[in-house]
Design a protein around this ligand. Structure first.
Ligand code: NDP
Length: 332
C-alpha cells in the first residue's frame, strides 16, 4: 500500500508544556531520497528525550516531529537502497517515529526477523537497549568484578543496564526512589539497591565496596547526582553521565577529575551506532541477548496513538512513577 497523501503525526510547532503537543493530520513525507526508506509505523517507543525536545531543553528547528524510534513495515525504498525491500519488517531510530508513516535513512534501520524479535518488542527495546549495551561496552567497558552503579535502576535504560552489567560479571549497585522499584531492580540482577529517599547513598556505597568506590557509574539522572559521582568514584573510576532526568549538569571544573584520575564521559548512543555496520552489529548482539533470555523486556504500558494518550505518556515518563519502557501502538 502506498503512503497516503496526508496522515497523522505528533509534532510541536513551539516548545513548552504538554499542551504544545499536536497531532497534525495534514502531515506528508518528503520525496524519497536515494538512500531513504518509507515506513508504515506499527509501534513507537517513548523516550525521555522526547520531553527535552518538547520543553526546549534540547533546541530543535520547528516544527519538529516527535518520537525517536519505532518499528513497522517498509513501504517504499530509494533507488540506491540495497538493505531493505517493501513489505519487510524493520526497527529504526530517527526523528518522527510518533507518526503513521515516516521516512528514515537506511543506515538508521535494521531488519527484523520477527520469528525471534517482534515489532512490538523491537520498538520497546531498541534505543534504550542499544544505549545500555553500547555504554557498557564502550563508555565504560565493564569487566568481571567491576563495581557498577546504576541510578534510576528500575527505569527504562536503568533496568536494562542492571541486567546487562550483571551478565558481564559486575557487582551491580542500583538506586531507586521507592521500595517497589528497588524490588524490581533486585529481581533483575542488582546485588544491592539503595533507597536514596531514605538512605545516605555515599555511606552505603562506602560500606558495600569496602571503601573502594565505584568503577563504572551510569548516571541518567544528571544534575542531582553529579556531585555524588565524584564522591563515590573509585581511583581510576569512570563516570558515564548520560541524561538529564533531574535537570542538566551545570559546568564543572576539570580539576575535579584529578584526585582519583577519574574519566568522565557524556555520551550519546547515536555516536555508537552512527553507521549501518555499527547499528547492525550492536542490534544483532542486543537481539541475541533477548533471544537467549539474558535480557528481559519490561514494559510500563502501551499507549494509544491519540493526543490525550501521547500527552499522558510524556507526563508519565517524567513523573518518576514508571518502570521499564513506555510504548505507543501507532497502527495495526
Ligand atoms: P527512566 O525510565 O529512567 O525515567 C527517569 C527516572 O529517573 C525516574 O523514573 C526516576 O527514577 C529518576 N529520577 C531521578 N530524579 C528525577 C527527577 N527529578 N525527575 C524525574 N525522574 C527522576 O527514563 P529513560 O530510561 O527513558 O531515560 C533515563 C535517562 O537516560 C534520561 O535522562 C535520558 O535522557 C537518558 N538517555 C540518554 C541517552 C543518551 O544517548 N545519552 C539515550 C537514552 C536515554 P527513581 O524514581 O527511581 O529515582
Amino acid at each position: 500500500m502506498p503512503v497516503p497523501e496526508t496522515f497523522n503525526r505528533l509534532r510541536i510547532f513551539e516548545t513548552g508544556n504538554l499542551d504544545k503537543l499536536v497531532i497534525d493530520s495534514n502531515s506528508t513525507l518528503d520525496s524519497l531520497g536515494p538512500h531513504a526508506i518509507n515506513i508504515k509505523v506499527s509501534y513507537a517507543g517513548i523516550n525521555y528525550i522526547d520531553t527535552y525536545f518538547r520543553s526546549g531543553l534540547y533546541p530543535v528547528s520547528l516544527p519538529f516531529n516527535l518520537g525517536q524510534e519505532g518499528s513497522g513495515t517498509v513501504v517504499d525504498v530509494g533507488s540506491q537502497v540495497t538493505r531493505f525491500k517493501p513489505g519487510q519488517s524493520v526497527a529504526f531510530y530517527s526523528n518522527g517515529s510518533l507518526s503513521e508513516y515516516t521516512q528514515v535513512e537506511e543506515s538508521k534501520a535494521v531488519a527484523l526477523d520477527t520469528k525471534n524479535v517482534s515489532e512490538f518488542d523491537a520498538a520497546t527495546v531498541l534505543l534504550q537497549g542499544l544505549t545500555a549495551w553500547t555504554f557498557l561496552k564502550e563508555a565504560h567497558n565493564v569487566k568481571k568484578g567491576d563495581k557498577v552503579l546504576v541510578h534510576a535502576a528500575a527505569g527504562g535504560v536503568g533496568l536494562i543496564l542492571v541486567q546487562l552489567a550483571k551478565y558481564l560479571g559486575a557487582i551491580v549497585i542500583g538506586t531507586t526512589s521507592t521500595a517497589e522499584k528497588a524490588q524490581l531492580a533486585k529481581a533483575n540482577g542488582a546485588d544491592h539497591v539503595i533507597l536514596y529517599t531514605e538512605e545516605n547513598v555515599a555511606e552505603r556505597i562506602n560500606e558495600i565496596t569496602n571503601g573502594e568506590g565505584i568503577d563504572g557509574n551510569f548516571d541518567g539522572v544528571g544534575k542531582d547526582t553529579f556531585d555524588l559521582a565524584f564522591q563515590v568514584a573509585a581511583r581510576r573510576g569512570t563516570i558515564v553521565s548520560f541524561g538529564n532526568a533531574s535537570g542538566a549538569v551545570p559546568p564543572f571544573s576539570i580539576l575535579q577529575l584529578t584526585p582519583k584520575n577519574i574519566k568522565l564521559l557524556r555520551p550519546s548512543v547515536m555516536n555508537y551506532i552512527a553507521t549501518a555496520e555499527e547499528l547492525d552489529r550492536y542490534s544483532a548482539e542486543l537481539f541475541d541477548l533477548i533471544e537467549r533470555g539474558v535480557l528481559k523486556i519490561h514494559r510500563h504500558g502501551v499507549y494509544s496513538f491519540d493526543i490525550d494518550s501521547l500527552k499522558q505518556a510524556q507526563a508519565d515518563i517524567t513523573s518518576r512513577a514508571t518502570t521499564g519502557k513506555l510504548v505507543v501502538k501507532v497502527s495495526d
